[in-house]
Write a protein that binds this ligand. Structure first.
Ligand code: ATP
Ligand code: MG
Length: 190
């Protein structure tokens, strides 16, 4: 999939250039969750709870941090597929025939990074629900690590789809952080 490719921009996002000095403690906490997850990944991946969820405030660096996690894992030879929710879902939808095959590939990826889960969604379509449920449930049952970012918090995810939201909640136990507060929006810093 085009959107599964890790771009140059993505490659530049590291822990080193995620700045926390002089900023809210909340950013340090979020960064620590992502850093610890990366550092201990070899051990964490064997557990039932082997995923990570960074949720909440827009512009707080959720994508940045999960790109840093992904880049680290990629450098260790772990396969990571990037699934940008809005683009990737529309790509799947554009070719119903190939959707099944593509979902199969995503299901089995060593690590799957779902960025911006449920972005712009009030109600899931049948297509979204079926494919996403199949994807998440497979990864859940097979203990496959998944990196999730969303501007929704867990309550918001559960409201959109309880089956999917509660699986992500369980899978990310011990590696979750919800950013909260407009002051954390890096895009508004100037
Ligand atoms: N603490 C930080 N230090 C340096 N750059 C940051 C920091 N936080 C965010 N950025 C930069 O700000 C921009 C927005 O961050 P990012 O896209 O990761 O936020 P997000 O939480 O994923 O937002 P959204 O909810 O809109 O997807 C990116 O270019 C990112 O590299
Ligand atoms: Mg993002």
């Amino acid at each position: 999939m085009r959107t599964s490719k890790i771009t140059e921009e993505f490659r530049k996002l590291t822990f080193g250039n995620y700045i926390t000095e002089g900023k809210s403690e909340k950013l340090t906490k979020g960064k620590e969750v992502a850093f610890e997850y990366t550092k201990n990944f070899a051990e964490i991946r064997k557990r039932r709870e082997n995923s990570i969820a960074l949720l909440g405030q827009v512009g707080s660096g959720k994508t940045h941090l999960l790109c840093a996690v992904s880049n680290n894992l990629l450098s260790k030879g772990v396969q990571v597929i990037y699934f940008q929710y809005v683009e990737s879902i529309s790509e799947l939808r554009s070719d119903y025939k190939e959707a099944h095959e593509k979902v199969n590939e995503l299901k089995k990826s060593e690590v799957l990074f779902i960025d911006d889960l449920f972005k712009g969604v009030d109600l899931l379509t049948k297509f979204e629900r079926q494919n996403l449920y199949e994807l998440i449930n497979y990864r859940y049952l097979n203990h496959l690590p998944t990196l999730v970012s969303s501007e929704l918090n867990f309550e918001g995810l559960l409201k959109i789809d309880e089956a999917i939201g509660s699986r992500i909640y369980e899978m990310s136990y011990g590696h979750r952080y919800v950013f909260s507060g407009l002051e954390l929006n890096h895009r508004m810093r100037k």
